[in-house]
Ligand binder design. Structure first.
Ligand code: KIV
Ligand code: NA
Length: 276
């Protein structure tokens, strides 16, 4: 099958074909995402929350991103692989941004990098000039959680909406090849999507974007403590997984696992077990 690339995603937008993006952080799940036919795998800095257990993404480092990107890289064959630039790896200067992006490519196998916020045209240009595609990310950008005072929907006031429209245009002019729109009103996201030639990928931004992304653990229902409004659980795996662990535990304690069929005999030829 044909590999998905940055130019292929532009073609999708022109053809009106919606883009499917899912996060992944390890090889096991990345393989399943790739095999599902998803277009884009994102190694998101959301790994700070779902892998590391932090309440936000601010403690994730470039080393962490490179490690998880490498794990995912080994398993992805068809999908386009995007890796997040973590907090403080690109804000200092365009030079810092390019060096960080280069590490995600060279050490992590990224095909593109994603960075958050408006007003980063210089950094975007610098990275793009080096031949690395850049995905923007606007709206409820989690690395600004302290500025926002929590994970709050952005762009609801007229001035904030206008700022988002301008930021999106500026990203496109700086050479970004796509932009994630997170946590903004659906009508605004639709408007921005229609105003841009590059594809928009929404999360909590309504159906008017050119594609959608969800964090894998949310999509699979692996955390059943809390479900934000923008999440749809396409499976309820938390219960399935807990039940599997509990059944395993019961069988170990009562001695019904392992059975003869899981055990080895004295020699490969002997009845009662193979040495495979
Ligand atoms: O880190 C992440 O998972 C993301 C997506 C939710 C867009 O940035
Ligand atoms: Na992210």
């Amino acid at each position: 099958t044909r590999r998905v690339t940055a130019p292929v995603l532009h073609q999708y937008k022109r053809q009106g074909q919606r883009i499917v993006m899912i996060t992944a952080y390890d090889a096991t799940f990345a393989r399943l995402v790739d095999e599902s036919g998803a277009d884009v795998v994102l190694v998101g800095d959301s790994l700070g929350m779902v892998m590391q257990g932090h309440p936000h993404t601010l403690e994730v480092t470039l080393e962490h991103m490179c490690y998880h990107a490498r794990c995912v890289r080994r398993a992805v064959q068809r999908a386009h692989l995007v890796v997040d630039l973590p907090f403080m790896s690109y804000q200092v200067s365009p030079e810092q941004a390019l060096l960080s992006a280069g590490r995600l490519v060279q050490e992590g196998g990224a095909e593109a990098v994603k960075l958050e916020g408006g007003g980063r045209a210089d950094a975007v240009r610098k990275i793009v000039q080096a031949g690395i595609p850049v995905m923007g990310h606007l709206g409820l950008t989690p690395q600004s959680v302290h500025e926002f005072g929590g994970f709050r929907v952005q762009g609801r006031e007229d001035a904030a909406a206008e700022r988002l429209r301008q930021d999106a245009l500026q990203l496109q002019e700086a050479g970004a090849y796509a932009v994630v729109l997170e946590g903004i009103p659906a009508a605004l996201a639709r408007q921005i999507s229609q105003s841009l030639a590059i594809p928009t990928i929404g999360i909590g931004a309504g159906v008017g974007c050119d594609g959608q992304v969800l964090v894998m653990q949310d999509l699979l229902g692996l955390d059943d403590r809390f479900k934000p409004r923008f999440v749809k659980r396409f499976a309820e795996l938390a219960g399935v997984v807990r039940d599997a662990f509990a059944t395993y535990g019961r069988e170990v304690r009562e001695g019904s696992f392992p059975g003869a069929e899981h055990s080895f005999g004295p020699s490969p030829a002997s009845p009662g077990g193979s040495s495979e």
